[in-house]
Design a protein around this ligand. Structure first.
Ligand code: FUL
Length: 706
């Protein structure tokens, strides 16, 4: 080898010396700790880092105003007038989301892409003259704006004639194959837990129950996903990669372990057709058999699909922030559903709420009060820089502080350059080597001694402590229980801005309404946003007819978020008639006492009706039914008939149907009628209940045509 110049030779020698040092003279002599117990796969670690993403529920239900389609809806109904995938994707991106999971086929079986597996798809709809592919439009917009793509494909298909037979499994897998082959990289495949029940099934119009343990042959379906999309995680009630958190209300348990051993609630029994509940989904299992972290799913509105009647019920920025702390803050991922409207865009109300939510989080997390702080630990693995305390302050969750193998409980201090005031602490465990912290506490230096201000069990991918303002010059994280050396990748300290609390709007006696707050309240009754010019609240007022109240607290230039509450017609004059053919049932009164925690329970599974006398003829245009909020869901009403009468003798059927997703999402069910009905008596009949038990209802109400 000949060197052109002598300087070239010296240059190369220099490089070799540097390389040799990097390899041989490196500081790191102590190997990283051994993994503890079950650890995540690479695809799961990647998923943990994705943390916050959107669910998009959009299909034929958007146009029929339903939560679950029966399967007989003509494809012509699917006709968004101005579908805009970019508007939807940008709404998600601006909210800080990193991906989108799209309902490519919901339980009604309508496919949003031109599948070869069934005619019940977008090519038979007027959308783009049958030449549209909504999945592709979503995927293209996601790729353009750097969001990951996930696919929801409902296993239950109420349209398909073959549902319930082995032939359907081939169809289902062919659909999955199309979705996982033709649209590029997928980060999550979402399999819904609702399976089997009544449906159209190609015209059979019957109930089909399947054995959900065996029917889908999940092992082979999962193998297909692995083959086609090796980096995608698979979600279902019980994994294999990601578990359902067990509620659709938007919170997770505390502790919340990433590991899980699924145990059915009651061995072999389904609480409702096609549903199984699992113990511990909320909390996981500390030393569970699988790495199966929870995903917290909830919708920005009460339902998963867009319903105009819910425009007033969009979760507020503060509610979304609370959910953030109760999901991501417990180490779960957070999938927030944003339902596009009939135009095919995210409505203004939802965008406004997302924008407010993001602003609160940005104000909180854009400043790290631990920046410039010094970290010290009671033990450092091998006394090496690689594992030193300051690794928790470097904003990199791939580096961590850890201890020697025989040191499981240890402390790490963060000393601020000057005294700080904070109300949020963010802690991350380095999870690729397992979830290995079982107990921890936070102390602050207070009058020359340590005072504990936080304490819990799990940390996992992320733990957000949020509480009252703490002022101090240093904090200490104490690991109080760990089965192996603990690994902490991040500690950061933040201040969430203090805001005025929105008022509380409550109904008191005789149909009156009170609005509670510490400040000045202005309110509206016409659906508009309250301003300082809106009526000033000066004391309770009659609101017997019902409607929507919006109120805000004001303090100088500051204003709270808007509180919105809807009340049906006052039940003040209502009673339960005892002269009809219905036997007297004392608990019936509890369905009209305006109290969510008292219940009517029917007198027997063969007499599932309740009759109500308004005491006057009312023009009603909808009814509402609030299910019991108790954990025991036996008797929850799954389908109903609703009758009206002017004389308690001749009854006419006003409405009948199912409360589609009530089991998983036990919120108030509101049913709008096709027309206004003039009645004095109403009769509600529970047609199907959970476990065929006596019907249980917390409240029945009606809205009157204004
Ligand atoms: C549930 C479904 O039945 C709902 O319609 C919705 O898709 C939700 C995410 O999962 O089980």
């Amino acid at each position: 080898m000949k060197f052109a110049k002598i300087s070239d030779l010296y240059y190369r020698i220099g490089i070799y010396i540097l390389l040799a040092c990097a390899l041989g003279c490196s500081d790191q002599k102590t190997p990283p700790p051994e993994p503890y117990g079950i650890i995540p796969s690479d695809r799961q670690v990647e998923w943990h880092n994705t943390e916050f993403y959107a669910f998009i529920h959009f299909t034929i239900n958007t146009f029929t105003d339903k939560e679950w389609g029966f399967g007989d809806e003509p494809p012509e109904l699917f006709n968004p007038s101005g579908f805009d995938a970019e508007q939807i994707v940008l709404a998600c991106k601006n909210a800080g989301m990193k991906g989108i999971v799209l309902t490519t086929k919901h339980h009604d079986g309508f496919c949003l892409w031109p599948t070869k597996t069934t005619d019940h798809n977008i090519s038979k709809s007027p959308y783009k003259d049958g030449k549209g592919d909504l999945v592709k439009e979503f995927v293209d917009a996601c790729r353009k704006h750097g969001l990951k793509v996930g696919m929801y494909l409902s296993p239950w298909d109420r349209n398909n004639a073959a549902y319930g037979t082995p032939e359907y499994i081939d169809i289902f897998r062919a659909q999955l194959t199309e979705l996982l082959t033709n649209y590029g990289e997928i980060f999550e495949v979402w399999f819904d837990g609702a399976n089997g029940g009544t449906g159209y099934y190609g015209g059979a119009n019957e109930k089909r129950e399947i054995d959900r343990e065996t029917y889908y042959d999940w092992e082979n379906t999962w193998a297909l996903v692995r083959k086609l999309q090796p980096n995608a995680v698979i979600f279902s009630d019980v994994g294999p990669d990601v578990r359902w958190v067990g509620t659709e209300q938007g919170f997770s348990g505390d502790p919340c372990w990433h590991r899980f051993t699924p145990e059915p609630l009651e061995e072999g029994t389904s609480p409702a057709p096609g549903l199984i509940k699992y113990w511990e989904s909320l909390n996981g299992t500390r030393e569970g058999k699988h790495w199966m972290p929870a995903e917290t799913n909830t919708s920005i509105r009460p339902g998963w699909f867009y319903h105009e009647a819910e425009n007033d019920k969009v979760k507020t920025p503060e509610q979304l922030v609370d959910i953030h702390y109760n999901s991501i803050g417990h180490g779960t991922n957070f999938i927030l559903n944003l339902p596009p409207n009939k135009v095919g865009i995210i409505p203004d109300e939802d965008i406004a709420s997302l924008t407010g939510f993001r602003a609160i989080l940005d104000k909180t997390f854009s400043v790290d009060l631990a920046e410039g702080a010094i970290a010290k630990a009671s033990n450092i693995r091998g006394n090496e820089e690689t594992y030193a305390a300051d690794q928790v302050l470097d904003n990199n969750n791939m580096t961590y502080w850890t201890t020697d193998d025989d040191t499981h409980t240890a402390n790490i201090l963060v000393e601020f350059p000057e005294e700080v005031s904070f109300n949020v602490v963010n802690i991350q465990e380095y999870i690729p080597l397992g979830q290995r912290i079982w107990g921890w506490a936070l102390d602050k230096w207070d009058h020359n001694q340590w005072t504990e201000f936080a304490k819990a069990e799990s940390i996992g991918n992320r733990r957000l402590w949020r509480g009252s303002i703490q002022t101090t010059s240093k904090i200490r994280l104490r690991i109080t229980d760990a089965p192996a050396s603990p690994l902490i990748s991040t500690i950061s300290v933040h201040k969430e801005p203090i805001r005025l609390s929105p008022p509380k709007i409550i109904r008191i006696n005789e149909g009156k309404v009170d609005i509670l707050s510490n400040g000045t309240i202005h309110y509206t009754l016409d659906g508009t946003e309250p301003t300082k010019e809106s009526p000033l609240f000066q004391g309770n007022f009659d609101f017997s007819a019902g409607g929507t109240i919006k109120a805000k607290t004001f303090d100088g230039e500051k204003a709270s978020e808007t509180a919105t509450t809807h009340f049906g017609h006052s039940k003040n004059k209502w009673s339960i008639p005892t002269n009809g053919e219905i036997p007297e049932n004392t608990s019936a009164k509890q369905a009209i006492d305006e109290k969510a925690n008292t219940y009517w329970t029917s007198t027997g599974a063969d007499n599932q009706t309740i009759t109500i006398d308004f005491g006057e003829v009312l023009s009603i245009n909808s009814f509402s039914m609030l299910p019991s909020g108790t954990d025991d869901k036996a008797g929850m009403v799954l389908s109903y008939e609703f009758y009206g009468s002017t004389d308690n003798k001749d009854w006419s059927l006003i409405s009948q149907g199912e409360f589609s997703n009530i089991y998983n999402n036990p919120v108030e069910q509101v049913v709008q009628f096709d027309s206004v009905n003039q009645v004095r008596y109403i009769r509600f009949k529970a047609v199907e209940t959970v476990q065929d038990k006596e019907a249980v209802i917390a409240e029945l109400g009606v809205d009157i045509a204004q």
